[in-house]
Design a protein around this ligand. Structure first.
Ligand SMILES: [Zn+2]
Length: 626
């Protein structure tokens, strides 16, 4: 509370007195002062001064969050809201339909209103950027959670002058330009509301910055905050791979659209784990040992490449349905199979080209994704296009019945489709061109600061056609609109020299993923995904367990009369090759029953195996830069 007072009214008056001569600027600029000194106990305080004029006014809390593709602005956790004019409280009323809008009446003579608000942060790890974002040691400050702006104004038209107070001794990283900092108080340069919301701040007690392109312009930084000092000790070899990632991305796109780029890496076992792209930075959150444990790094190696690619595919070039003018207009996700799918493909390519994963491991992870998609019963009723349109629902969908519901499949299935597109470009041009040529043409251009260039499906197809003449519209439409089959689009894999097959030994990728995620996969054999206690996370409807009557939420108690463990289940699946049956005793709430599975195929784990075609996939994964 002490720091909060220091950020309060006295300094505002000083500031206003200073800027009054340039009243035009003051007219358009929101002053925002955020007190993050209590982030470790999960509450933030903000004070704003917004230009205003007499009459009705509606203040809006950001609702549609860029990159989350959904109305996930955490308005439930906006608290302590007080709106004042000339020091007097104003009555506010929430709009009864648009719950993110707050109506006020600005009194005569007032030229600004002051707003005080708290943001109630959480320890719960669901909910992406509104999920757990602060620990005793670090915090990620997402500005959208701490601001109100005049409803109806485009975010490009609003300037914000932000100040941030951090816990004592914490350091920070951000792409937001700093005007000056003094101890734990940071004054940022005034930027548009678009840029502010696009530029989170990562701060922490244990903080380390690695330069990834020393001496070059634009600069690239790996800013890491972690729960412990040891977690910052990335090996020089790993840092070299991140440097290579920057080089390899430049080799693909040919130009950059940022002034500098910051990977903001937060490492903690207590925070939500995900990545959120921004134009000049990415909010990358992972386990505490992400940079220091080889298995943790291997499993999560695709995170930074994916988010980095978004600076081009997603931020610079954006589907017109996602390029909204403010944080109120609904986003349309119909082209997310480009936004996320192509990013997933290029990110996967870069993961190998940078050395973050060997080509072999990269193929193993692709096999896992391809197999999951090749067992999606939900294809019978739902197209890939529908998963993109319904993205805002599917990001939050539960994991039970996922195979029947489908999930945000436009990521990994998008990867498969874009791999196929790459093989088509190579075939149509007799190997003279590849997806890189499309990337340079569509996402390259000239170096410069952030800019958004929206595109439509038609302009995407035209741009591809300019690289390699082909019926691209038909190519994509048949793949994204297909229903009534349970098979994934594996044509790209086949054309690139590989086929998806199942073997009886789990790959290094699968064993690593199981270790990190602490689950057991028997999905491609009997069709069960389980947690360590034997609780069934999901069933694959076409597989023996589901056919025997087992469903998600049940719990395996014993396997062939042996007490359940993941290892025992696997032993008995192997044993069933001889007997042809597997008896699972399963608890369903208070009732316990035994289900007999007729099964004799043993363990089944997906891998990619060479087919008779040239190994184009291997060519694709080779680095471009020296
Ligand atoms: Zn993404």
């Amino acid at each position: 509370m002490k720091h909060r007072r220091l950020l309060g009214r006295a300094s505002v008056f000083v500031f206003l007195a200073f800027i009054c001569p340039i009243a035009a600027l003051a007219q358009q600029t929101i002053r925002l002062r955020v007190d993050a000194t209590e982030a470790p106990r999960k509450i933030y305080h903000a004070e704003l001064t917004l230009p205003a004029s007499a009459g009705p006014m509606t203040l809006f809390y950001p609702k549609w969050i860029p990159g989350e593709h959904a109305p996930t602005g955490p308005v439930t956790d906006l608290a302590g809201l007080k709106i004042l004019a000339g020091g007097r409280p104003l009555e506010w009323k929430r709009d009864s339909v648009e719950l993110y809008g707050f109506h006020i009446n600005v009194p005569r003579g007032a030229t600004s209103v002051d707003v005080k608000l708290d943001f109630l942060s959480t320890a719960e790890t669901s909910g992406y950027s509104s999920g757990a974002s602060a620990t005793s040691e670090l915090a990620i400050v997402s500005w959208n959670q701490l601001i109100l702006y005049p409803q109806g104004k485009a975010s490009d038209e609003i300037q914000v002058d932000a100040e941030l107070r951090l816990p004592d001794g914490w350091k920070f990283g951000t792409a937001l330009p700093v005007a000056r900092s003094n101890g734990n108080a940071v004054q940022f340069k005034a930027v548009s509301l678009t840029t502010l919301v696009d530029s989170p701040v990562l701060a922490g007690r244990h903080f380390r910055r690695f330069e990834l392109s020393p001496g070059a312009t634009p600069a690239h930084y790996l800013d890491v905050a972690a729960d412990t000092e040891q977690a910052l000790n990335a090996s020089p070899e790993l840092i070299d791979r991140f440097k290579k990632l920057v080089k390899e991305a430049h080799a693909i796109f040919g130009a950059t659209h940022y002034r500098e780029y910051h990977f903001l890496v937060a490492l903690s076992d207590e925070i939500a784990h995900f990545g959120l792209e921004h134009h000049e930075s990415s909010d990358d959150r992972s386990r505490e040992n992400y940079l220091t444990d080889p298995v943790s790094q291997m499993v999560g190696a695709g995170l930074l490449p994916h988010e980095f690619v978004h600076s081009w595919n997603g931020k610079y070039r954006r589907p017109d349905g996602l390029a909204t003018r403010d944080f109120e207009q609904p986003m349309k996700g119909d082209l997310l199979w480009v936004y996320e799918g192509l990013t997933e493909y290029i990110g996967w390519v870069l993961t190998a080209r940078s050395g973050l994963r060997s080509p072999e491991l990269n193929r193993q992870f692709l096999a896992l994704d391809a197999a999951t998609l090749d067992n999606r019963a939900g294809r019978e009723w739902r197209s890939l296009a529908d998963t993109a349109i319904a993205a805002q629902l599917l990001y939050e969908a539960r994991s039970d019945w996922e195979a029947s519901r489908r999930s945000v499949d436009f990521y990994d299935e998008g990867l498969l489709i874009w791999l196929e597109a790459d093989t088509i470009i190579r075939r149509q041009t007799q190997g003279r061109k590849s997806m890189e040529d499309f990337c340079r043409a569509f996402y390259g251009g000239s170096n410069g600061p952030p800019e958004v260039r929206p595109y439509s499906f038609d302009s995407l197809a035209e741009a591809l056609n300019a690289v390699a003449p082909f019926d691209w519209k038909e190519f994509f439409q048949t793949r994204i609109n297909r229903i009534g089959t349970n098979r994934a689009p594996l044509g790209g894999l086949e054309a690139a020299g590989y086929r998806l097959v199942y073997v009886d030994r789990a790959s290094e990728a699968l064993r690593g993923a199981e270790q990190i995620r602490q689950n057991t996969s028997a999905e491609f054999s009997i069709g069960l995904r389980l947690n360590p206690e034997g609780a069934i996370v999901d069933v694959l409807p076409e597989k023996p367990a589901a056919r025997a009557g087992i469903g998600p939420g049940m719990k395996i108690v014993s396997v062939n009369e042996r007490k359940y463990s993941g290892e025992i289940l696997r032993e008995e699946i192997r044993e069933a090759k001889k007997t042809g049956v597997l008896d699972l005793t399963v608890a369903n709430g208070k009732s316990i029953s035994t289900y007999r599975l007729n099964y004799r195929d043993g363990e089944k784990y997906p891998v990619l195996e060479r087919n008779g075609q040239p190994a184009i996939l291997d060519e694709i994964l080779k680095p471009l830069s020296r």
